[in-house]
Design a protein around this ligand. Structure first.
Ligand SMILES: C[S@@+](CC[C@H](N)C(=O)[O-])C[C@H]1O[C@@H](n2cnc3c(N)ncnc32)[C@H](O)[C@@H]1O
Length: 257
């Protein structure tokens, strides 16, 4: 019996967390990784059709592709995935330390994820973070989505450009950001104050936005460590947003308008 997609993704994430290499797939994700000079590329598998579509990027990367019959493409990547005839084995990117990616921009915005495990959500957050000009997305080393093909595909190239760091301890990272001068806001649908109200007169400050996991939301320790809990005002008065939608809205609301 075919395994459900979420089971396959969970297994992949477990393997990716332990493995030294990752398979990226899909034309967009593979092209952007091929074009990234900082990416260590190990093996490229393509159909003839995909090779033609990726010709420029393949030439620029100087990698010899292995041509694969489209009907036999499943190995070594997840058979259920939409690979579009292209898969690239890479080493995960190394973005360095928190202080390397969270300083340097004039008015930085950073997103922190408190155990967000769904690779599609993290991929979508990376994509929004890049579009909306965030400096970095920070997750936790354990219990958060590692770099996988599914994440890269949803990020649609943003994984190559948007720093994605996974730290050992989120509360410590929050304190580190506070020491760097960041105002750290925890996003919580039950908070009393809106994000807009919390930012009145503070838009020129560096801001970090902390979002919670799909089921449990922010952990108690995270709630106690942030400077303030804020909500995105829900017009309907009930229900919560998907975490990637909440991240995009919060990021947009926190910008210097
Ligand atoms: C699906 S929600 C989790 C819902 C969870 N039951 C809770 O109590 O927070 C995932 C994350 O998205 C963010 N979020 C969703 N809706 C929000 C809202 N209206 N205001 C602020 N943050 C929200 C929060 O960070 C939340 O932890």
């Amino acid at each position: 019996m075919k395994k459900p997609k979420w089971v396959v993704e969970k297994e992949q994430a477990k393997k990716a967390a332990a493995a030294e290499t990752v398979w990226l797939f899909g034309l967009h994700a593979v092209r952007d990784a091929l074009e990234n000079p900082n990416r260590v590329k190990l093996r490229l598998m393509v159909t003839l059709n995909a090779r033609d579509k990726l010709a420029e990027a393949i030439a620029a990367a100087g990698i010899e592709p292995e041509i694969v019959d489209p009907r036999r493409f499943s190995a070594p990547i997840d058979p259920g995935s939409v690979h579009q005839g292209a898969a690239l084995e890479v080493k995960p990117l190394d973005w360095g330390r928190l202080e390397d990616v969270c300083v340097g921009r004039e008015v930085p915005r950073v997103i922190l994820l408190d155990r967000v495990t769904d690779p599609h959500n993290v991929g979508a957050i990376l994509r929004s973070a890049e579009v909306l000009g965030a400096s970095a997305v920070i997750g936790t080393r354990h219990h958060s989505a590692p770099e996988t093909g599914a994440l890269a595909k949803t990020a649609s190239g943003a994984l190559e450009r948007q720093p994605y760091l996974r730290v050992r301890n989120l509360a410590e990272a929050i304190v580190e950001l506070q020491n760097m001068g960041y105002l750290v806001l925890g996003l919580d649908g039950e908070a009393d104050e809106t994000i807009e109200a919390a930012l009145v007169g503070r838009r020129d400050r560096a801001v970090a936005l902390v979002l919670g996991a799909e089921g449990p939301g922010l952990r108690q320790k995270t709630k106690e460590t942030v400077d303030k809990l804020v909500k995105i005002d829900a017009a309907g008065g009930f229900g919560s947003l998907n975490v990637s939608n909440a991240a995009a809205i919060a990021l947009y609301a926190s910008r210097e308008h």
